[in-house]
Design a protein around this ligand. Structure first.
Ligand code: ZN
Length: 79
């Protein structure tokens, strides 16, 4: 006897796709309420609200980060 639950019938491909699509739709709704993404004032790229823009490095009209550092990051460490 099987100790784990065994499905009686095979779940069809369409039914699986429908279930996954419903999950994706719900995920979008959940993220809309939590993550506050707006367009940047200076460059127009999507950025998190209340955070400096990762592409141009500005926040409320002031440049806080250099765009090179923001996009490329540190690649070489001088020893
Ligand atoms: Zn920007």
């Amino acid at each position: 006897m099987a100790k784990h639950p065994v499905p009686k019938k095979k779940v069809s491909q369409a039914r699986t796709a429908r279930r996954h699509a419903a999950f994706t739709r719900k995920k979008h709704v959940r993220l809309n309420g939590i993550v506050n993404v707006i367009a940047c004032d200076s460059c127009g790229q999507p950025k998190m609200n209340q955070f400096a823009c990762p592409s141009c490095g500005t926040f409320r009209g002031k440049t806080l980060m250099k765009s090179e550092v923001a996009t490329k990051g540190i690649k070489k460490i001088k020893a």
